[in-house]
Design a protein. Structure first.
Length: 219
């Protein structure tokens, strides 16, 4: 039986690549997108639900699928207000997990970040860690949390500072080996592929770090 996938964040870098790959995957009959803006030119098997994701609970009736791909995330530059930042990076994934649990969705995949730690003194890694703990507390049967390092890929918006950072890391990452290898750039395409591989596997691994993302994608 063909499946239904649900994507949060399909207008972003990683989410758009998940969508692109699922559109080519014959295992999926329906793809649901929940976002603030509509994506034009998609086939009829893509169902779009447009609204404020900070009020995701309003979508409960339509929040049904076999798998949830949560690719939501912001940056300090885009969202400097920490209260709003937490509403996005913590609130949306956790609400999605609650809806998935309530509606009997057994597979939940979410993009977090390397170094996520609920006990961290660093605000941004602390939020990711708290998000992970809250998602896991829902006890969804098959939960996969991906922890990429800095994410590489072609973004629609121009992030000058981030582009410089990526360029620097690309120059020095041949020096990353052993325990340092996990700090290499994680390509968004690899994250998307790994999410789909995990969703269609028997893997029970919950936390997938950056170097593991590349390994799973290549197997």
């Amino acid at each position: 039986m063909k499946k239904t996938a649900l994507i949060l964040g399909a207008t972003g870098l990683t989410g758009s690549l998940v969508l692109k790959q699922l559109l080519k995957d014959e295992r999926y009959a329906t793809i649901k997108l929940f976002s603030r803006t509509k994506i034009d030119g998609l086939p009829n098997r893509v169902k779009q639900f447009i609204g404020d994701l900070l009020e995701l609970e309003h979508f409960k009736k339509d929040f049904t699928a076999d798998e949830v791909y949560c690719c939501i995330g912001t940056t300090a530059k885009k969202t400097p207000d920490k209260t709003q930042y937490k509403k996005i990076d913590f609130g949306i994934p956790v609400t999605a997990a609650k809806l998935a649990k309530a509606n009997g969705i057994s597979t939940f995949l979410v993009v977090s970040a390397l170094g996520a730690n609920a006990n961290s003194s660093i605000f941004y890694t602390k939020i990711k860690g708290e998000m992970e703990a809250a998602v896991l507390s829902e006890k969804i049967e098959k939960t996969h949390i991906l922890q990429p390092s800095i994410i590489g890929g072609d973004r629609q918006e121009n992030r000058i500072g981030e582009n410089i950072g990526l360029a620097v890391i690309k120059c020095i990452q041949p020096l990353f080996f052993g325990k340092l290898k996990k700090y290499s750039i994680t390509e968004a395409d690899a994250i998307a592929q790994t999410m789909i591989v995990l969703a269609n596997s028997n893997s029970t691994k919950t936390i997938i770090t950056s170097n593991e993302i590349t390994n799973i994608k290549n197997n």
